[in-house]
Design a protein around this ligand. Structure first.
Ligand SMILES: Cc1cc2nc3c(=O)[nH]c(=O)nc-3n(C[C@H](O)[C@H](O)[C@H](O)COP(=O)(O)OP(=O)(O)OC[C@H]3O[C@@H](n4cnc5c(N)ncnc54)[C@H](O)[C@@H]3O)c2cc1C
Length: 284
């Protein structure tokens, strides 16, 4: 019974994840590359509590970097700090991340750091700024719903860092985040404008039509070096349209066995995904 449920849920999760093996992710990214879309490969897993699991994640990322290089895949990786040990021990996290950044730098590959729940924000931003002093191939996700993000964006831009701006996907307290859609969108617009004025190598990570079109207008004024980033399985036609209009577009492609938490975030942020669930249950 458990495996039937797991199978059904994995079927739904496959709207947003490439599969359970790294080969699934490589195949998806190669397919996207053929259409001019780059890939951002993410090994699923977060809030890891064992050192062994962080070592396994490190080994897998080193292997992924090697394959990106040998297969000439156009793309990079994105890592979650707590998958590399941030929730266990700061020095463990920094050790694992430095190994990944060393290898990525030697292969000419970029590494994004995802931003997780607010209990990890300060540690993640501070670590990013430290690593950025030594590595120029690292960027950080910043969440527009967080009230502190205006300060973080300023600090990162002052230090020449690269930001991936997203709305934010975690369930946080109104004391620290904007909750209303229009407040979040206004914050996104405001931060995006600052990034176009002062940033380089940044990413606009949203599927929101209004914000994407605002970004295209800003880009025609500022001519900044940036890309659009979207998640696998969401607005695939828009990705191709933006490529055809001459923009650089990357697709975030997660894979792995720990797909549950990621899939729940995708279902929660878009109510119609509940219908995917219902349809699978009825037809299953
Ligand atoms: C490349 C990338 C990296 C990200 N990294 C992080 C990160 O590190 N930390 C973090 O907290 N969040 C991250 N996110 C998630 C982000 O914070 C949002 O939760 C998510 O992108 C939905 O917000 P939106 O900007 O698309 O706007 P929304 O207002 O949520 O959606 C706009 C439109 O996009 C479509 N859409 C959006 N989500 C879905 C969905 N799940 N299913 C179907 N259609 C949908 C719908 O048409 C919707 O009307 C990332 C997102 C992207 C694209």
């Amino acid at each position: 019974m458990v495996s039937l449920w797991t199978g059904l849920l994995l079927g739904i999760a496959k709207h947003w994840i490439a599969g359970e093996d790294s080969e699934d992710a490589f195949a998806r990214v190669e397919q996207s590359n053929a259409h001019g879309v780059r890939g951002i490969i993410n090994l699923l897993g977060e809030e890891t509590t064992s050192r062994e699991e962080t070592a396994a994640a490190l080994a897998k990322y080193l292997e992924i970097l090697g394959t990106i290089n040998t297969r000439r895949i156009r793309g990079c990786i994105s890592v979650k700090p707590t998958q590399l040990g941030l929730s266990i021990d700061l020095s463990l996290f920094r050790y694992n991340l430095s190994k990944i950044l060393d290898r990525a730098k030697s292969l000419g590959t970029f590494v994004w750091m995802d931003m997780e729940g607010s209990q990890f924000t300060a540690g993640t931003v501070d670590s990013y700024l430290e690593f950025h002093k030594k590595f120029d191939n690292i960027g950080l996700a910043i969440q527009a719903y967080l009230k502190r993000s205006e300060g973080d964006v300023g600090r990162i831009l002052d230090n020449g860092g690269a930001i991936r701006l997203c709305k934010g996907a975690y369930n946080e307290s109104p004391a620290i985040v904007y909750k209303r859609r229009n407040q979040i969108d206004n914050s996104f617009s405001k931060l995006m404008r600052v990034m176009f004025e002062r940033g380089r190598g940044f990413a606009i990570a949203t599927h929101d039509e209004k914000l994407i079109e605002q970004a295209t207008r800003l880009s025609s004024v500022h001519h900044a070096d940036f890309e659009f980033e979207m998640l696998m399985g969401i607005r695939d036609k828009k990705k191709l349209e933006l490529v055809q209009r001459g923009y650089r577009v990357s697709e975030y492609v997660p894979f792995g066995k720990s797909w549950w938490a990621y899939s729940v975030r995708r279902i929660r942020e878009h109510k119609s995904n509940i219908f995917l669930l219902a349809r699978s249950l009825l037809s299953g």
